[in-house]
Ligand binder design. Structure first.
Ligand SMILES: C[S@@+](CC[C@H](N)C(=O)[O-])C[C@H]1O[C@@H](n2cnc3c(N)ncnc32)[C@H](O)[C@@H]1O
Length: 232
């Protein structure tokens, strides 16, 4: 059920790109951008995208896809460890940073600092993390109660990132959160064999509920849009 999730993120990214419609091509940094599932569509919309990833295989796929899409001159692959970047990137030189699916696999405080330093003041960062609450629900619905108990233990927020800790980390590093959306609120609960009409209805349902508690709080993934504060 990835159709619903992709369109929800696409909508959110489109809204951000509209901010730059009058400016010269926005410079985007996609941290842990892998094989370019976001970078290539952004380049097709006119952005100049730098992808940092530790996987040379993923970057090779990115390069091939950007050539095939005719946007190779606007997609730059950088093989590097986000946790050990040093001053590889110029300070405050990007209009938009993506941290999608990467804060769950690197030190989130370090990666958020990289994003903050790379952004021009006032510019946005788009963050997607897995929701540890949804992991507990998924274990219960699969009938694995022992795993659910282990997931839901007292130290859940320390083991997995979650929205509470992400809010605190953003606050500490000078990224002001503007919006929080749930991605795939219901998609995990329905059979994978649904037809196109049902997928469309599910997409609409996810869109309607994405910003509203308690639906947002149980979504499979969480999307956060934050901004580098001036003076940080
Ligand atoms: C779950 S994938 C997310 C890919 C993509 N951003 C998306 O949303 O579909 C995590 C990505 O982070 C990259 N990654 C993991 N550790 C990294 C590190 N220390 N520095 C840079 N990239 C890293 C992986 O190679 C992988 O491409």
């Amino acid at each position: 059920m990835t159709t619903a999730r992709r369109s929800a993120v696409d909508r959110l990214l489109s809204q951000v790109l509209d901010e730059f419609s009058d400016a010269s091509p926005p410079r985007v940094l996609d941290c842990g951008g892998g094989s370019g599932s976001r970078a290539v569509p952004l380049a097709l919309r006119g952005a100049d995208v730098t992808v940092i990833d530790i996987s040379v295989d993923a970057l090779a796929t990115l390069t091939r896809r950007s050539v095939e899409a005719g946007v190779a001159e606007r997609v730059h692959a950088v093989a590097a460890d986000l946790e050990a970047l040093g001053n590889l990137l110029g300070p405050a030189s990007f209009d938009f940073v993506l941290l999608h699916g990467v804060l769950d696999v690197v030190d989130p405080a370090v990666a958020l600092s990289v994003a903050r330093d790379a952004l021009r003041p006032g510019r946005p960062v788009s963050i997607v993390i897995a929701n540890p609450v949804a992991a507990v629900i998924a274990r219960v619905t699969a009938g694995d109660l022992d795993a659910a108990l282990a997931e839901a233990g007292d130290d859940m927020e320390n083991r997995s990132l979650g929205i509470g800790r992400l809010r605190a980390l953003c606050d500490e590093c000078g990224l002001r959160i503007e919006t929080v959306h749930g991605l795939d609120v219901f998609a995990e609960f329905v059979p994978g064999s649904l037809g196109p009409e049902a997928v469309e209805a599910l997409d609409r349902l996810d869109e309607l509920t994405a910003a509203r508690a308690p639906y947002r709080d149980i979504a499979a993934r969480i999307h956060v849009l934050a901004r580098r504060e001036h003076g940080t």
